[in-house]
Design a protein around this ligand. Structure first.
Ligand code: GLN
Length: 555
């Protein structure tokens, strides 16, 4: 009895807050650096939650073109976020809620909505302090929601940018209110110019001064650089940036992003950070499972070759694989689990509108068509799917990749001429992929932001199907992001022609998984949802694992 009473009356200690800001330039991997910091603290036994602040006016990441901003990551509760949230979920092996992500647009929107509701009770509502106060309110709510000991907040952009000034002000205000509970980590960059061959610290010193101008002082500097930082430069940074030399952390380029937490621990990052925040020293870092994963990922030698056929790869002279980041990571985790070396090729769908190019696909063990939108590349994708079906190459279609798989089947097997998807040709004779009723209204009202079918929904699986065998379950929950769906009117015909809808919404109206039986094809599976969003390094996704396994085993 006494114990129970203690439990309910025990006062929860207020969480500590770690802000991660970027110095010098973007693109140095601040997101993975932040994920790694959170990971080593978690491995020390702290309950950590991770947040991301994006400086955009976009209310969420759903309206940003993936070629500009990379993949849109969908949280379990349906918020469309930046891919860094995906890194956090993967590194921490946890689901994060929508309160953990904010943009400038979303913060302003709630302040303006409150103002309209008279919640400011007639007072002037001002950029400062009301915007930073809303940021702080959200940070605290995220901490409470997670019951966290440590809330880590990554501030997007680079110090010195006009766009993140209000977030720096939020840090300053929090630190002045709770000086012992707030730490600031700057992830900076130390170039080694080819012409001199020496690592330069000056840009970092300048970045720290800019941070100081905003009234914020760094407690720790994580030094991204091509090579490790030597003691001489650490001392220089410590002296000119007002941090202890132990709090200058070397973060050289690494072979794999999963090496980063291990590297940080070599410089005792979690120990130092726990010291700065006076966190109870629970235990030493336990990264056993993580280490096992990393060493396995490096020891695999037997290749499995997967072609990912997408439309967002080409941007000028560059290939943008980040657009499908979660898919690529999901493939890797399953391959490692199977002791295989994933060799992933990014193929542009557009090139396959010329059927002569299809023979290139012979070299691959498996083909994956990820999610997508609109007309570009659709002919190429349909040709690729037809080729995979006829040549019995394992095929995995995700979202658009499933809709097009069903469409290809309707056109070429069910012989429905003029079959299409409402997304491309709403007047087509056979709308095999139609629009969901509630979506029709949204489109008519031009209500495009955050209005797709988003987040986690359950699906029932058919016993004995390829999908049910992979999941070893009959009820699953997966995350969605789509407006269109398989038109239920065509389900009887397609089923009669051999396609199996082995996963459906509990009310039976939405087709969530389509597949060909094992006797027809080694693996021909399409899913309306995004399984990649739930794949984790320490917990690979069963459908990806089934796909990769068949790809490796099939002739
Ligand atoms: N464009 C399709 C839809 O809106 C598929 C979306 C996706 O692949 N994420 O339904």
């Amino acid at each position: 009895m006494k114990k129970a009473a203690n439990k309910t009356t025990a006062k929860k200690v207020a969480p500590k807050y770690i802000f991660v800001v970027g110095g010098v330039m973007s693109g140095v991997g601040k997101g993975v650096a932040s994920s790694s910091i959170a990971t080593v603290l978690q491995a020390r036994g702290h309950k950590v939650t991770a947040m991301k602040i994006d400086p955009y006016i976009n209310v969420d990441a759903g309206t940003m073109n993936p070629t500009e901003h990379g993949e849109v990551f969908v949280l379990k509760d349906g918020l469309e976020t930046d891919q860094d949230m995906g890194n956090y979920e993967r590194f921490l092996n946890t689901d994060l809620p929508r309160i953990n992500y904010m943009t400038t647009g979303s913060v302003y929107l709630s302040v303006i909505e409150k103002e309209r509701n008279l919640e400011y009770k007639g007072k002037n509502v001002e950029v400062v302090p009301d915007i930073p106060l809303e940021v702080i309110r959200r940070i605290k709510e995220a901490g409470e929601t997670a019951g966290a000991d440590v809330v880590q907040i990554e501030v997007g952009g680079t110090v010195g940018e006009y766009q993140n000034v209000l977030f720096l002000e939020a840090i300053r205000m929090m630190k002045s209110d709770q000086p012992d509970d707030v730490a600031v980590v700057m992830v900076s960059y130390l170039p080694v110019p080819g012409s001199i061959g020496e690592m330069k610290t000056k840009p970092t010193q300048t970045a720290v001064r800019m941070l100081n101008n905003a009234g914020v002082f760094a407690d720790m500097i994580v030094c991204r650089s091509p090579i490790g930082v030597d003691i001489k430069r650490k001392e220089k940074i410590a002296k000119f940036c007002n941090v202890k030399v132990e709090n200058v952390i070397s973060a050289p380029d690494v072979e794999s992003i999963y090496d980063i937490p291990l590297n940080y621990e070599e410089d005792k990052l979690s120990f130092q950070l726990s010291g700065i925040l006076n966190l109870p020293n629970k235990k030493s870092t336990d990264l056993k499972e993580w280490k096992k994963f990393v060493s396995r990922s490096k020891s695999v030698t037997v290749p499995v070759k997967i072609a990912v056929v997408g439309k967002y790869f080409n941007s000028g002279d560059f290939i943008l694989s980040d657009v499908y980041l979660s898919v690529l990571e999901a493939i890797k985790y399953s391959a490692y689990k199977l002791n295989l070396k994933p060799e992933i090729s990014y193929l542009s769908a557009q090139e396959f509108s010329d059927k002569k190019q299809l023979k290139k696909l012979k070299d691959y063990d498996g083909i994956l068509v990820p999610g997508g939108f609109g007309l570009t590349g659709i002919d190429g994708k349909l040709n690729v799917i037809e080729y995979a079906r006829k040549n019995k190459i394992p095929y995995f279609g995700i979202c658009y990749g499933m809709q097009l798989m069903v469409l290809e089947y309707a056109q070429n097997v069910a012989k429905l001429k003029n079959a299409s998807t409402a997304e491309i040709d709403a007047k087509a004779e056979h709308l095999v992929i139609g629009i969901m009723d509630e979506q029709k209204e949204k489109l008519a009202q031009k209500n495009m932001g955050g209005s797709m079918r988003l987040g986690q929904y359950p699906a029932k699986l058919t016993k004995g199907s390829v999908a049910a065998k992979a999941y070893k379950a009959e009820l699953i929950e997966e995350r969605h992001r789509h407006r269109y769906e398989v038109n239920p009117d065509y389900v009887p015909l397609l089923t009669e022609k051999g396609l199996r809808f082995s996963g459906v919404s509990p009310d039976g109206t939405l087709m969530e998984i389509a597949e060909l039986p094992k006797e027809e094809h080694p693996f021909f599976v399409g899913v309306q949802f995004h399984p990649e969003l739930k794949a984790r390094p320490l917990d690979p996704h069963p459908l990806f694992t089934a796909f990769i396994k068949t790809a490796y085993e099939a002739d």
